[in-house]
Design a protein around this ligand. Structure first.
Ligand code: FAD
Length: 305
């Protein structure tokens, strides 16, 4: 068995593996796709000490850094189940039927943004369609943008963007906003925020290069409408990749792995880090810090065995 077996090869998993391997203990990573969400990111401007980088470049650096150490990297492997053995090891079952085990396991399977699934969304991803206001908000400085979704993340995004962009239109599918009242009140008080309810986004419009607007249907009148925009922030949920953990570790009602300040989950010897956990903010730099915490937590656990 590995001393530390990491599941996931994004920033959290890579960081956890490096911290573990530097303790001279046997470390492995199983990852469906090395790099995780970073592989899908174009410009990155908030990875502190690196003023600008791009997703694929950062992924290459992550991999290079992991390969500096004796880490067994098992790529293109999907974990489908997690369980304890009688001898106290933790087993990870893979989709191909193989089983890998660790004296400790670090879960770092990340998350995925829920998509609108409308025409144009895929074509204009990173060309005006964005999912992270902390990351991409400044790219739309002085421009018109929309936020799709009137939950807490959507209204927070609208308030955040209102300070940067020219105008924000929030489109909510339902007839009410699900966000906390204090956030709604704040958003409604901003002169450059418009909130439209009962709006079903139907298409992302573009000129072949970039987003130019969107189409939506007024669900009450049935009328089709168009907005001219430079950016669309989709805020309809971040889904943690934890479906395979339902019967093993404690998950929050949103499916996030519940951890304590050492990255420890409800299962002894099993730690977790990054976007798949209850950590409040989901960012590269935060995931890397969390990966380090989980690895040090796992090491502390191992030396007490
Ligand atoms: P992820 O990056 O999601 O990695 C998860 C890893 O687990 C992957 O290797 C995946 O293949 C693997 N995995 C998942 N399920 C399984 C399984 N069952 N078995 C095995 N492996 C599995 N953050 C910033 O700080 N700045 C930005 O500019 C920025 N821009 C972004 C732009 C986009 C388009 C997106 C989608 C996100 C952006 N983010 C940005 C957020 C940032 O990418 C995430 O916070 C970060 O990648 C989370 O790291 P993670 O390691 O926790 O998870």
């Amino acid at each position: 068995p590995f001393d530390v077996l990491v599941v996931g090869g994004g920033p959290a998993g890579a960081s956890a593996a490096i911290y573990a391997a530097r303790k001279g203990i046997r470390t492995g990573i199983v990852a469906e796709r090395f790099g995780g969400q970073v592989a899908d990111t174009v410009g990155i401007e908030n990875f502190i000490s690196v003023p600008y980088t791009e997703g694929p470049k950062l992924v290459a650096h992550l991999e290079e850094h992991v390969n500096e150490y004796d880490v067994d990297v098992m790529k293109a492997q999907q974990a489908v189940a997690l369980r304890k053995t009688d001898s106290g090891l933790t087993e990870v079952e893979l989709a191909n039927g193989a089983v890998v085990s660790g004296k400790s396991v670090i879960l770092a399977t990340g998350a995925r943004w829920r998509e609108m699934n409308v025409p144009g969304e895929q074509q204009y991803k990173a060309k005006g369609v964005a999912y992270c206001p902390h990351c991409d908000g400044p790219l739309f400085k002085g421009k018109k943008t929309a936020v799709i979704g009137g939950g807490n993340s959507g209204i927070e995004a609208a308030i955040d963007l209102a300070g940067i962009v020219e105008h924000v239109t929030v489109l909510e599918f339902a007839d009410t906003l699900r966000a906390d009242a204090v956030l709604v009140k704040k958003a409604e008080s901003l002169p450059n925020v418009t909130i439209i309810k009962n709006a079903m986004t139907t298409e992302v419009l573009g000129d072949g290069e970039r987003v130019t607007g969107l189409k939506y249907q007024d669900r009450i009148s049935g009328e089709d409408k168009e907005l001219q925009l430079a950016g669309i922030f989709v805020q309809i949920g971040l889904v943690p990749n934890t479906e395979f953990l339902k019967d093993s570790v404690e998950l929050s009602n949103r499916g996030e792995i519940v951890i304590n300040e050492h990255g420890q989950t409800s299962m002894p010897g099993v730690f977790a880090a990054g976007d798949c956990t209850t950590v409040p903010y989901k960012q590269i730099i935060i995931s890397m810090g969390a990966g380090a915490t989980a690895a040090l937590g796992a090491f502390d656990h191992l030396i007490r065995q």
